[in-house]
Design a protein around this ligand. Structure first.
Ligand code: SF4
Ligand code: SF4
Length: 124
């Protein structure tokens, strides 16, 4: 959660949700979909943005979301186009100067510098 709005929304959901309100079939479907997505997702980024801002202006969660979308949706052309626009408007992954500032803030312990190289290899 990065804003007060997120906290308020999560509190609302917690107040309204009831224990065991999902049917067994619903849970089975959720688990099936979750398994498929987890198998396709390459970088376990939750988009929390704790790694931001990057001193050279790389949109780290944006890069990882786009990279994951590419693999999740079978080499998505949309992901390629989104990365091209993101790079044009901002800073591409290849501009990482490897200062490491971002990695010390990542709760998922993602090797951000290494993964940005993978993003660069794929999209640039
Ligand atoms: S290591 Fe790269 S991505 Fe991370 S803060 Fe430094 S320049 Fe930005
Ligand atoms: S801190 Fe880690 S998990 Fe959060 S957005 Fe950055 S890379 Fe993703």
């Amino acid at each position: 959660m990065t804003t007060m709005e997120h906290v308020t929304e999560n509190l609302k959901v917690a107040q309204e949700a009831h224990e065991n309100s999902l049917a067994t079939e619903d849970i089975a479907i959720i688990n099936k979909v979750k398994k498929i997505f987890n198998e396709r997702i390459k970088i376990n980024c939750t988009a929390c943005s704790y790694c931001m801002p990057c001193p050279v202006g790389i949109n780290i969660p944006g890069c990882f979301a786009t990279y994951n979308d590419y693999w999740s949706f079978d080499g998505s052309l949309v992901a390629k186009q989104r990365y091209a626009i993101m790079s044009k408007l901002g800073t591409p992954a290849s501009k990482c100067v490897e200062c490491g500032k971002c990695e010390s803030h990542c709760p998922q312990s993602i090797e951000i510098r290494k993964e940005l190289k993978n993003v660069k290899e794929l999209f640039e």
